[in-house]
Design a protein around this ligand. Structure first.
Ligand code: FAD
Ligand code: SF4
Length: 484
């Protein structure tokens, strides 16, 4: 793990050195006599402004942060695998990919076969290779991690195999004979897409309705820009749809444009994969002031903005929360050129849901993390100018605010304190704010399945959503076949 961390951290160190250089450069250029690349704004410009960094620096900051392996590097990385018999990496993968098999296929020079091994279990294996927290999943479980602190680079090898196949435009699966059955899928995120693809493979016709203008869910609107570059999310959706038998309706929301009762009537089965569209409130006085924003909305805008130089960002940014969304909002604020970015989390650092690796990622980007503090008031006239926090104590009786407070200067505040399920159709049993499902994804309503973030079950991760969508599809297929 240590060497792996060193490798990942060395890459990060170079990455952030470039940010620092470009930040200094932008300040210098402002006063330069040459005027060639003069900027009107810099990290020190007060308020919320666009173009804090030169265009080239922004391009570097938002480029692919883990460059792909070439053929030779992939063979060398694959040769490190012991091809374990009872491979712990397989058990640690939520989609149970046969990792030693696909690595052996790379080692023997057949990356297309390796890709098929991956995609048979995880149809979004290309995206998962980019975004999976492998350091807490397969690579943490790898025996070479335990023995040497340096796991086999499973994520990078998965990307090498899937990219090789997708670059050829090849779709390695074909549909079974059409069954005449129709299934409605709500949500075109990882859960909905995985479910739809598996059902289409089995010969069923699938109609997906998604509220947003583009498919992909958080792959398109949430994942950090530098993890998914070159419009990969859309390319992957296009590639996945090559299976045939899937119709995709954009801008069609359950509860607004389509009702569950109608779907139940018109289709043989329904799968709900609508994620968590709501955002929790801060519950601190003044949170309605302008420039206090949901982190997920900021990230969605950032993902949809091709020219990052046009995206305004504050000089002093405060992010409230302790998960992946907080880290992504904070790091990307820094990459846009914010001078001071602070994450404030209400409990101790060890309780942050962002992994140790992500926390390190944030601090190496220059983000400050303040723990054991909760927001009590947002100050400012119409717009935020400061956030007041109280220190907290995490006791056996719960979290309490102490009388000690402090203020942080802020011209922009991002709320990242969790997402919630909104608009769950009436009649569905909920548990812990999510749709209650059994192990197969069945909900309390007959003929209705659910999976991904909106449903109870595993972690809120892309790979978990794929596994749940796929498994629900298998159960739907078994159910429809039994009825035939
Ligand atoms: C900022 C951020 C960063 C993340 N980074 C990572 C990461 O690096 N790695 C990782 O593994 N996980 C990451 N995650 C988590 C991961 O993105 C989710 O777990 C995953 O996308 C869940 O997939 P899903 O299909 O359940 O939901 P979503 O991806 O949320 O997709 C749900 C889909 O349903 C649609 N929808 C919503 N409501 C309706 C409705 N009423 N009618 C019709 N359609 C509807 C939405 O438009 C969307 O397309 C991140 C999450 C966030 C918020
Ligand atoms: S645990 Fe590591 S060495 Fe063993 S099969 Fe998996 S990747 Fe290869």
């Amino acid at each position: 793990m240590l060497e792996r961390k060193v490798t990942k951290n060395s890459a990060l160190a170079i990455f952030y050195l470039l940010i620092k250089i470009s930040t200094c450069a932008s300040l210098g250029q402002k006063n330069s006599k040459t005027g060639s690349l003069a900027l009107s704004n810099s990290p020190l410009t007060p308020g919320i402004v666009a173009g804090r960094l030169p265009v080239a620096a922004l391009a570097d900051n938002f480029a692919d942060h883990t460059p792909p392996l070439d053929r030779h590097e992939a063979r060398v990385a694959a040769d490190r695998c012991y091809f374990c018999h009872d491979a712990p990496c397989i058990t640690a993968c939520p989609t149970s990919i046969d990792i030693p098999l696909f690595i052996r296929q790379i080692a023997t020079g057949t990356p297309d076969a390796a890709a098929k091994t991956i995609l048979a279990q995880n149809i979004l294996g290309g995206m998962c290779a980019r975004v999976c927290p492998t350091e807490t999943l397969c690579e943490e479980a790898c025996v070479r991690e335990a023995a040497e602190g340096k796991p086999v680079e499973i994520g990078s090898l998965q990307r090498f195999a899937t990219d090789t196949l997708m670059a050829k435009g090849v779709h390695p699966f074909t549909r079974a004979t059409p069954t005449g059955r129709k299934v409605a899928v709500v949500g075109a995120g990882p859960a909905g897409l995985a479910c739809a693809h598996r059902l289409a493979m089995k010969g069923h016709d699938v109609v997906i309705s998604d509220a947003r203008p583009k498919a992909g869910g958080l792959n398109e609107y949430g994942i950090a820009s530098y993890k998914s570059t070159n419009d990969f999310a859309q390319a992957e959706v296009e590639w996945l749809l090559q299976i045939g038998g899937i119709t995709l309706h954009h801008g069609k929301a359950l509860g607004r444009d389509v009702q569950l009762a109608d779907l139940q009537k018109d289709y043989d089965a329904v799968f709900l994969g609508m994620g968590l569209a709501g955002v929790n409130a801060l519950r601190a006085g003044g949170e309605e002031k302008s420039n206090v924003q949901n982190a997920v909305d900021f990230i969605a805008t950032l993902r949809q903005t091709a020219d990052k130089a046009t995206l305004p960002i504050g000089r002093d940014v405060v992010v409230i929360g302790g998960g992946m969304t907080a880290v992504d909002a904070a790091v990307q604020s820094k990459l846009l050129g914010a001078e001071n970015v602070t994450i404030v989390y209400r409990r101790g650092q060890e309780k942050m849901s962002a992994s140790g690796y992500e926390q390190e990622h944030a601090t190496s980007a220059g983000v400050r993390i303040v723990c054991n503090a909760a927001p009590v008031a947002v100050h400012g006239d119409a717009a935020v100018s400061e956030v007041e926090f109280a220190y907290t104590e995490d006791t056996a009786n719960g979290l309490t605010l102490t009388a000690q407070t402090f203020r942080l200067k802020a011209d922009q505040v991002f709320k990242a304190i969790g997402q919630s399920l909104t608009g769950a159709p009436d009649g569905l049993t909920l548990s812990g704010g999510k749709i209650a499902t059994d192990a197969a994804g069945r909900t309390s309503l007959a003929g209705v399945w659910a999976g991904g973030d909106c449903a109870t079950g595993g972690d809120d991760l892309t790979v978990t959503a794929v596994a749940e969508g796929r498994d629900a599809a298998e159960d739907i297929h078994a159910h429809l076949s039994a009825r035939a």
